[in-house]
Design a protein. Structure first.
Lengths: 254, 296, 352
């Protein structure tokens, strides 16, 4: 049984079938990539899995339990963290605070405890701060902890979002185009980071355009085109698949 | 409850409903051109009537009304110039609050110029005692004026938006601002025209209904709320929907006195507003996708 | 820390007033503190949770009217029932004599406070669930609509005194020697009660903002999607904050009603709601201290009548100017900052 099982997932916008009966598995402890030309439905697929978009049909099972149709915060509670294509961090909060947001589900202080600044709450805050700082150190941005996140460079913002997602202690990490806007050096660092994350026991599913990154780190690749899955398999097979080549490069190269 | 009674309520309802529809159309024109909901729309109605009332002793009635409409249109242009024009892609919240502030300012200016008195414009034909009997219900001839002027406004605007170059340019702005700009449309001027147009029709509506409902410096606010309800109910941006919605709301409000104490009559429109916002924010005629097509 | 600073400042203000012989200023300053509770709650809602409310005066009035209606409800006829005798035993009943020598029995303001808070919390829950699903214009209009409904209800209902409101509301004895009352003799005590209450509320809010739910709240304002993806139940959080802000407003309403000895329908009107929004905007939406300070200054000037008949116009103008030139609050306006920088440069140049 795979960690994530997507079956016949479909989502339309008006007359457009953005995702059309897509099925695939994500094996536990693997790095899986979803690729496809622009408009293939990759981000819509992600959004359906994470709950920010409702699917029209199909099911998603995570660790044996159905998560289809759950709202995003419940999906997060099940153990799935995600990053966004356009970085969604809170600009007016510090980097540390942004990462601490990821610890929300791992801490418990409620509104009353918060207002009264109870000792239990404060101790919990200290512990969470330590965890968050550890993550920032691992990503090499510990020095930026108190900087307002809005003023950071794009690559640094991506790192903050990554740290925040890791802070959730997820079993599955969904990365939406993590290499977009990164140069070759940063992409290589990202590849190392993703591998290190997988080595720590977190399964990774990513949507990506950067082929060298995808081919370099993925164990399993799913190819979408016009909302449908047209191929899946290890990188070597995908590279040789004529359908995939045709979809990306046109008929002359098939 | 006789048929005449019922008909009386219906007439009263479609009279006030027509005004709500005109206010709603005013909202729609500005919304279509800018995406902004101009809370000061109700104040334009009030100002039109008040200015006409002040000019009435000095000018023949039609001229006083024409002057009032023109002056209010000028105020509309001024509002656009001072508060809207130079804002750079403002957020929704900011615009809501600004237009509320503008409506308060206009209201307080009116408060200081005309005081707290309840005023009304002279009847266009006849006086407060004349009545015309239709199908057994007797109404003031002013009611016919209201219905006639409202219909004329709707027809006039439809013709303007479909037949004139300016109207088409405004519809282009509503559909896609950048595309319109690329075609050479002066979008800023279109926005000013939108404000002037909505102010003008508001003023005209205010003048024609003033003999029946009377006017006070603070009558703009409740008109704005009811006009907004009408606009949403008809589908934001859809002016023919606004007409239908206005008539429905007017009649419901009028008929509510059968069941509710008079003091709660004003709350009927708000209850309708809340009902729509919660259950069908796209309005009676709006579909969710059509909401994106903001044309007249 | 700012709580301490504000506390010291208010003590200084009181001593100054006593020294300058303008003790009567304390009355307006006390009222301003109670309005400050509304502002604090609204700041939390608008600035931190990012939800606009154009009907918050409705919650203030709900609290005030609830306690006014309860504490002026003559229960002399039922005075011998077991329920009231039990309440009397708990000291929750006031027995007074009216000007005609008849005995009147009122429920204690503590019950008024409890009912006001419970009723307003319930109201906010009922209103919040559907309203907070809306966004932008629709949210604003829905809150406006609810505020107007509350206004129409208190204006039209006999039990709320219709257009005259409710008067002869009894003072609120809090502790032996500490009574919420507008009488001159207890002016100073009331000043400290009011500001103590406000400062306590501010301290609680400040704590909240720095805690786990406070972070979730700030994240909600920054990016609702991100907060949701990190496990924050955004709908529930918005609702909780809405209720907290409503209850704060209601508490302000309760205390002010007992201080003033009455309440009228204008407290629920849209002009009041707009005024509150204007003050939060001026201070900087998410700046609690700024909002409270501006509230105190503008409120004081307004209550002392310095704006004359232009009162509403002034707040309307402030609202427009702030929204045009300083939407992040006066202290963060690019125009103000540029002016300050220019002045600094000139001073530095002059000193060199």
């Amino acid at each position: 049984m795979a960690l994530l099982e997507v079956r016949e997932l479909s989502r339309s916008f008006g007359g457009l079938r953005a995702v059309n009966a897509v099925s695939f598995d994500v094996a536990d402890g693997s790095i899986t990539a979803v690729i496809g030309p622009n408009g293939a439905g990759k981000t819509t697929l992600f959004n359906c899995i994470c709950g920010s978009l409702a699917s029209d049909a199909g099911t998603v099972q995570f660790d044996g339990r159905p998560i289809t149709g759950l709202p995003p915060h419940r999906v997060a509670g099940a153990g799935i963290a995600r990053t966004f294509q356009t970085v969604r961090i809170c600009g007016h909060m510090s980097v540390l605070d942004n990462v601490l947001l990821g610890r929300h589900l791992r801490s418990a202080a409620g509104m009353v405890a918060g207002m009264l600044a109870l000792r239990r709450g404060r101790r919990e805050q200290e512990q969470q701060r330590a965890v968050a700082m550890g993550l920032l150190e691992r990503l090499g941005i510990a020095g930026l902890a108190d900087v307002p996140a809005g003023g950071l460079a794009f690559g640094q913002q991506r790192a903050v979002e990554f740290a925040r997602a890791l802070a959730l202690e997820p079993r599955l990490l969904l990365l939406d185009e993590p290499a977009a806007g990164l140069n070759m050096h940063e992409s290589a660092e990202l590849a190392d980071l993703i591998r290190a994350t997988r080595d720590r026991g977190i399964t990774v599913l990513l949507v990506e355009h950067d082929m060298s990154l995808v081919m370099g780190i993925s164990e399993h690749i799913v190819v979408l085109s016009n909302g449908q899955r047209i191929a899946h398999g290890p990188p070597r097979e995908i590279q040789r698949n004529p359908e995939v080549v045709r979809v990306y490069l046109g008929d002359e190269y098939a | 409850m006789t048929a005449e009674h019922l008909l009386q309520f219906v007439f009263s309802g479609i009279t006030s409903g027509s005004i709500y529809a005109i206010v709603a159309i005013g909202f729609n024109i500005v919304y279509n051109a800018t995406g902004i909901i101009n809370f000061a729309q109700g104040e334009f109605v009030m100002l039109g009537a008040m200015i006409a009332i002040s000019l009435d002793p000095f000018l023949p009635l039609p001229l006083a009304i024409a002057a009032a409409v023109a002056l209010t249109a000028g105020i509309g242009a001024l509002v656009e110039l001072l508060f809207i024009r130079w804002l750079d892609r403002p957020g929704v919240l900011r615009m809501i609050v600004i237009t509320i502030g503008v409506s308060i300012l206009l209201r307080e200016v009116a408060h200081h110029v005309w005081g707290e008195s309840v005023l009304s414009l002279a009847y266009f034909t006849g006086n407060e005692c004349s009545s015309v009997c239709i199908l057994g219900a007797c109404v003031s001839p002013q009611v016919l004026w209201v219905l006639g002027v409202s219909a004329a406004i709707v027809v006039g605007l439809t013709l303007f938006f479909s037949l004139t170059l300016t109207g088409t340019a405004m519809r282009a702005c509503a559909a896609s601002r950048p595309a319109a700009q690329l075609c050479g449309v002066q979008v800023r001027n279109m926005v000013a025209i939108a404000f002037m147009l909505s102010a003008a029709i508001g003023a005209l509506a205010g003048c024609v209904v003033s003999p029946i409902t009377q006017t006070r410096y603070d009558c703009g606010t409740s008109l704005a709320i009811k006009g907004f309800t009408t606009a949403i109910m008809g589908g934001m941006g859809n002016s023919l929907g606004a007409v239908a919605a206005g008539l429905i709301i007017g009649v419901l409000e009028s008929a509510s006195v059968i069941a509710l104490p008079l003091a709660y009559k004003d709350a009927v429109a708000i209850a309708i507003l809340l009902g729509i916002l919660f259950f069908r924010p796209s309005g009676m005629f709006g579909s969710r996708e059509a909401g994106a097509l903001r044309e007249f | 820390m700012p709580v301490g600073v504000l506390a010291l400042a208010m003590i200084a203000v009181q001593l100054l007033c006593a020294a300058a012989g303008v003790d009567y200023y304390l009355t307006q300053l006390t009222m301003v503190a109670y309005y400050g509770l509304v502002i604090a709650g609204l700041c939390l809602l608008m600035g931190y949770a990012g939800q606009i409310s154009l009907g918050h005066a409705g919650f203030f009035a709900a609290g005030g009217y609830a306690t006014a209606a309860i504490t002026t409800w003559n229960l002399a006829a039922a005075a011998d029932t077991p329920l009231l005798r039990g309440a009397a035993a708990l000291r929750l009943v006031l027995r007074l004599t009216d000007p005609y020598g008849r005995e009147v029995v009122y429920l204690s303001p503590w019950i008024g406070l409890a009912v006001a808070v419970a009723a307003t919390a319930l109201l906010a829950l009922l209103i919040g669930v559907p309203v907070l699903k809306l966004k932008g214009h629709y949210l604003a209009m829905a809150t406006l609509g609810f505020g107007t409904i509350i206004y129409r209800v208190v204006l039209g209902a006999r039990v709320f005194g219709e257009a005259d409101g409710i008067s002869d509301v009894p003072p609120f004895p809090l502790l032996p020697g500490v009574i919420v009352d507008g009488a001159r003799a207890v002016r100073t005590v009331n000043f400290y009660v009011a500001w103590g209450l406000l400062l306590a509320a501010l301290a609680l809010i400040a704590n909240l903002i720095h805690s786990r739910p406070g972070r979730a709240l700030r994240a909600l304002h920054g990016s609702e999607e991100a907060a949701s993806a990190m496990g924050v139940d955004t709908a529930r959080l918005k609702l909780h904050v809405f209720v907290v802000s409503a209850v704060l407003a209601a508490i302000g309403g309760v205390f002010l009603t007992h201080f003033n000895g009455g309440i009228g329908p204008s407290e629920a009107g849209i002009l009041k709601s707009v005024r509150y929004v204007a003050i939060v905007a001026v201070g900087g939406m998410a700046n609690l201290w700024g909002a409270v300070t501006w509230s105190a200054v503008l409120g004081f000037l307004s209550l002392r009548g310095y704006f004359g008949s232009f009162d509403d116009a002034v707040f309307g103008t402030i609202l427009v100017l702030v929204m045009l030139f300083a939407p992040e609050g006066v202290t963060r306006s690019p125009y103000v900052l540029r002016a300050v920088a220019a002045i600094r440069k000139r001073v530095a140049g002059g000193a060199a």
